[in-house]
Design a protein around this ligand. Structure first.
Ligand SMILES: Cc1ncc(COP(=O)(O)O)c(C=O)c1O
Length: 404
């Protein structure tokens, strides 16, 4: 395995959980570095001592600083960022604004990636069922990636929105989000580009403006290693100026005599009540990732994932299901099946041996499973703090559990 220039001992010392568990479920919810938990606890203690609103006021400068941190991560401006409670909540706010602002009229087409996440596909299907929109799946290329040429051929003025999953949670791929953005731009279709970056943010460099997404949604708890219950939305300038979020609350808008005024910037996509402890924890996680350096994190996560793929593929009966022609097209999400042990049995058996992996099922992305004719996958998702020895241990366990 190539050695990445990260201080892994330091990463592990910063991650107390790594001494207790072999955690290969970072695509589910990662082990946080202690700075994340310390930051949250400190704020909760302040709330305990002086009151929630008073703690909020006392920490206002640190809370405000989370916006530039997210912006630095996405190469965007702080006013393009909205802090919310999950990736789904972020995505929903963007999609609801498109619907409410009349951007998905009856008869218009919604194009979705083949491995789109269920929570993104279901609202698109709702638009088809209740509002006569047409949902079309963009074909995948031979490597399993969104076929950008096929997309280009589908784009015209009837396309209202293009919904793309940057790193699907169950096929190990990195879709070429920037090429997709370029195809949408050059098509002149005016289609809105909604990018689910839930699994890419934190493991890859994600440059939202360069990608050209109108909305980009992400979560705190996965590869960013932040707390649960956090997420954020990036909005393009046209998403900030041409759309009206729905429903607006008294934070996203102000009740003025005879009507309301929508807030400017990303605030219009936020709600008033939040867990400020969690937000501060997410800010700490982002600052930690930025201090590590996204290119180095990507390099190490990719090296561990490729090492796992090679070792697992060599086991009898194991099939590595990830697509991608080269490592550059693959993410830190590794998926396997076995030819006679169902994933629904294998995943819990691995977990019972002390290695945290997860079971992926069609509930999360139906089309991808149906196309492959499988009902479950074991998902292995290392982070930079994991070691080659931990991957070796996983491979040994899988070999023992699946021995004929
Ligand atoms: C690709 C993808 N999108 C969206 C989500 C939803 O994220 P959240 O649970 O933070 O809403 C997930 C969660 O696993 C995911 O993998």
């Amino acid at each position: 395995m190539p050695t990445a220039a990260l201080d892994v001992d330091r990463l592990r010392a910063d991650t107390p959980g790594s001494a207790r568990v072999n955690h290969l479920n970072n695509a589910g919810s990662a082990l946080p570095p202690s700075i994340v938990v310390d930051t949250m606890v400190e704020h909760l203690r302040l709330e305990e001592e002086i009151g929630g609103y008073e703690a909020h006021a006392a920490a206002q400068a640190q809370i405000d600083a989370v916006y530039p941190s997210v912006a630095a991560l996405l190469h965007s401006r702080p006013d393009q960022i909205s802090l919310v409670e999950s990736a789904t909540s972020a995505w929903d706010r963007g999609f609801a604004a498109l619907v409410h602002s009349g951007q998905i009229p009856a008869g218009s087409r919604i194009l979705i990636s083949g491995a789109e996440y269920a929570s993104n596909v279901i609202p698109a299907m709702q638009m088809a069922r209740h509002h006569q929109a047409v949902v079309e799946v963009i074909p995948s290329d031979a490597a399993g990636l969104v076929d950008v040429n096929a997309l280009a051929g589908m784009l015209n003025s009837s396309v209202a929105a293009v919904l793309i999953n940057h790193c699907p949670s169950q096929n190990g791929l990195i879709n070429d989000a920037a090429a997709i953005g370029a195809a949408i731009r050059t098509s002149g279709s005016g289609a809105w580009y909604v990018l689910d970056a839930c699994q890419s943010v934190g493991q890859l460099e994600v440059d939202a403006p360069a990608i050209g997404a109108d909305f980009l949604s992400a979560t705190g708890r996965k590869f960013l290693r932040g707390p649960r219950g956090t997420g954020f939305l990036y909005s393009s300038d046209r998403a900030l100026t041409e759309l009206e979020p729905f429903p607006l609350d008294l934070h996203g808008a102000t009740w003025i005599p005879g009507g309301y005024e929508v807030a400017t910037g990303g605030r219009r996509y936020e709600s008033w009540e939040k867990s400020y402890a969690a937000i501060l924890g997410m800010g700490a996680a982002i600052d930690y990732a930025l201090a590590c350096g996204m290119p180095l994190l990507r390099e190490r996560i990719s090296a561990l994932a490729e090492y796992a793929r090679t070792g697992l593929a060599a086991l009898p009966g194991i099939v590595v299901r990830d697509g991608g022609a080269t490592a550059a097209e693959r993410s830190g999400i590794v998926t396997i099946t076995h030819d006679h042990m169902p994933a629904a049995e294998l995943a819990p058996a691995i977990k019972a041996r002390g290695v945290n992996v997860s079971l992926s099922t069609p509930d999360y992305s139906r089309d991808a499973f149906d196309a492959a004719g499988i009902s479950g996958l074991v998902r292995i998702s290392p982070h930079a703090y994991n070691t080659q020895a931990e991957i070796d241990s996983l491979i040994d366990i899988v070999a023992e559990l699946t021995a004929y």
